[in-house]
Design a protein around this ligand. Structure first.
Ligand SMILES: [Zn+2]
Length: 259
């Protein structure tokens, strides 16, 4: 079987023209294609995904929820919230919360898994209010682009103090030891609003991989940023849509920060 496959491959190779004989089309042929590739359907229309989100889709906009989602115990939930996370990540969270408690810091989660349909509704509500798709996308991930659909990502309750409070200070010093990384940190604030509450489980992170800002280099590379640089494209930020000084995530039903 393997020998026959090899024979077929060598026949194909013999029939294929040499690369130099192929006239390569001008790259302008691809103009506009990135808009088409990164697009979502919201309110019965196809919308091009804005620059800052392109290449960052985390899954299909109709992806089913992970099979191992688990409810967080009362001790790990923010008041009035009912977050769910994938069970292995919940175990990590519980261990991290115990470590934080030994330091006198209470770790509580406001938001965990969120399905892509919720992201779509967030857009539809805002479009109906007259806002543009690009403006909304500054603070709300398009359907299929929110890390919350992974079930590995959580918004912490920062006690109303945002990055100025003890919860964030503890997370910034220690969360990487538990494989958690701040997804939209101050270092990328020109590309996405800074969300000090939003952390994603990435798996074990060797200290050597951490930048001065406490971020794994691979994460910055995935965002198109190099350690220590400013945001990759200040112009990508639409005017008027940002609330850069937010301290906490807004409510999922009506707020602005829902990446
Ligand atoms: Zn979040």
């Amino acid at each position: 079987m393997a020998r026959r496959a090899l024979a077929v491959l060598s026949l194909l190779a013999a029939a294929a023209p040499a690369a130099a004989q192929v006239a390569l089309p001008d790259p302008s042929l691809l103009a506009g294609m990135t808009d088409w590739v990164d697009s979502v359907v919201v309110a019965d229309s196809v919308h091009a995904v804005p620059e800052q989100w392109r290449g960052l889709r985390v899954g299909p906009a109709d992806a089913p929820p992970p099979a191992d989602l688990a409810d967080l115990p009362d001790s790990l939930r923010a008041r009035g919230r009912e977050p769910r996370l994938r069970a292995p990540v919940l175990a990590v969270l519980a261990a991290m919360a115990r470590a934080a408690a030994r330091d006198g810091v209470a770790i509580r989660v406001r938001s965990g898994y969120r399905d892509p349909d919720t992201q779509r509704r967030l857009f539809e509500t805002r479009l109906a209010q007259g806002r543009t798709f690009d403006d909304i996308a500054w603070g709300v991930a398009p359907p299929g682009y929110s890390e919350h659909m992974l079930g590995t990502t959580m918004d912490f309750d920062l006690g109303g103090q945002g990055a100025e409070g003890p919860v964030y200070a503890w997370l910034a010093r220690n969360a990487w030891k538990f494989g958690l990384v701040e997804s939209y940190p101050e270092a990328t604030a020109g590309v996405f609003p800074w969300e000090p509450w939003h952390w994603r489980y990435h798996g074990p992170i060797p200290p050597v991989e951490l930048t001065e800002a406490g971020l794994p280099r691979a994460v910055l590379a995935a965002l198109g940023l190099v350690p220590g640089s400013a945001a990759r494209d200040e112009a990508a930020r639409p005017a008027g849509g940002a609330e850069a000084a937010r301290l906490e995530p807004d409510d999922e039903a009506g707020g602005a920060a829902n990446n």
